[in-house]
Ligand binder design. Sequence first.
Ligand code: C2E
Ligand code: MG
Ligand code: MG
Ligand code: MG
Length: 278
Amino acid sequence: HAKDAGRNTYRYFTERLNSDGIEYLRITQGLRNALSGGQLVLHYQPQIDLASGALIGAEALIRWQHPGDGLLSPDRFIRIAEKTGLIVEIGNWVLHEACRQAQAWRQAGHAAMTVAVNVSAIQFRRGGIEQAVRAALEASGLAPECLELELTESVLLGGAGNMSAVFERLKDLGVKLSIDDFGTGYSSLAYLKRLRIDRLKIDQSFIRDVVDDGNDAAIVCAIIEMARALNLRTIAEGVETAAQRSFLLEHHCDESQGYFYARPLPPEQFAAFAWPQP
Ligand code: C2E
Ligand code: MG
Ligand code: MG
Ligand code: MG
């Protein structure tokens, strides 16, 4: 796929011949070094059961510990990695590292916890995702039911009908599947009855004003009710306040995640949050 990468780069430069191009080249070059030089790290954000307050899992979120620019957020480099195709290697690294960490925590005596990994639509459509998942599970020894893949609705677009076959094979491996940023995509809802999805992640744009904005409240409630009818769990993203938490609990959302509980944390800080020492 080096050829693909070249073609994408060319298209990019013909599309936008401006200063962005220099930034693009700089980041692409740097990303290759980051991958081989151990500059990529995962932070973990707790996911909380709303009714009990129990920790049920963690979402792994990538950061780039850049030698000159400090800790870079994924918004700075994931889109570029997708354009160059480097996202496949990065995605495989994320799968391996997240499974390794989850299994290490488990072996340290902490109860089973799900680790959720974001999978780029590009990596999903390129194929090989099943082998990558299988390899990460085998290398780490993590039980498949402890791994969740977060996919956006964009994986359902463009790809032909064989996408549902990939979903089927991933479910046959025993991993969990969730739809990230639910409600912001352009795909039809028909896939919800066809695909074996475990949970919907309600996009944080609906949560932000859910307490004050009747339209957001209506959308959130409709998603929760639909999910319940379809036997899917719901998790709210971007929960920042006690009022949002109460609203979600009252309206029977299952789980939540957000700064109200904790920011994404480096592994040691996550462990201190999740399993505090008396
Ligand atoms: P996402 O998967 O929807 O992740 C949620 C984002 O919301 C994260 O940003 C998280 O830090 C942020 N967030 C969590 N709680 C709150 C809150 O209460 N308020 C607000 N305002 N934000 C909150 P982050 O870590 O910068 O990641 C951004 C996006 O980058 C992710 O969105 C995901 O699409 C992508 N990404 C992150 N890690 C990976 C990865 O390993 N692989 C791929 N392919 N994409 C990733
Ligand atoms: Mg996510
Ligand atoms: Mg999201
Ligand atoms: Mg997002």
